[in-house]
Write a protein that binds this ligand. Sequence first.
Ligand SMILES: [Mg+2]
Length: 165
Amino acid sequence: MRPLLLLDFDGPLNPHAADGIPPGYEQHEITEGAKTWRVLLNPQHGTELNQLAATFDLVWASSWEHGANRLLGPLLGLPELPTILWPDRTRVRRGSWKTPYVANWVGDRPFAWVDDEIGEPEQTRFPQQLILPVDPRVGLTAQDFGVLREWAGKSFAGKAFRPHS
Ligand SMILES: [Mg+2]
């Protein structure tokens, strides 16, 4: 079973809390109807994510919902991805309001989850999975991509290619 890679947008791919434009990032203005958003994007993220797609099935887990495919993915060279929807974003007592929807969506598939608003509560809830909190001042780093590759390699490559004995 291929692992899923659940992708938050604001924070991991758009370091919205950064001071100015960090090295490697470009500022984009996105307009749809009467709305305009300013986002910071790093083209290297698109390259890295498309490479990870050899191992993971990429999924949007972003509050942009379908807007991620419509407005954001193309700017990073990403194909259209399945998208988790959040009908109700009521705060929960502990951890991310996304968690019940994530749990429902992933079923019994293994997954890695990158997001700037996850941490210990999610790791406790999903002990077998890779919970990767990202600093929204920095965004996904080369080190984070290394962690993702290593986790996928350890968890899946061996099983997938183990010869019959
Ligand atoms: Mg976020």
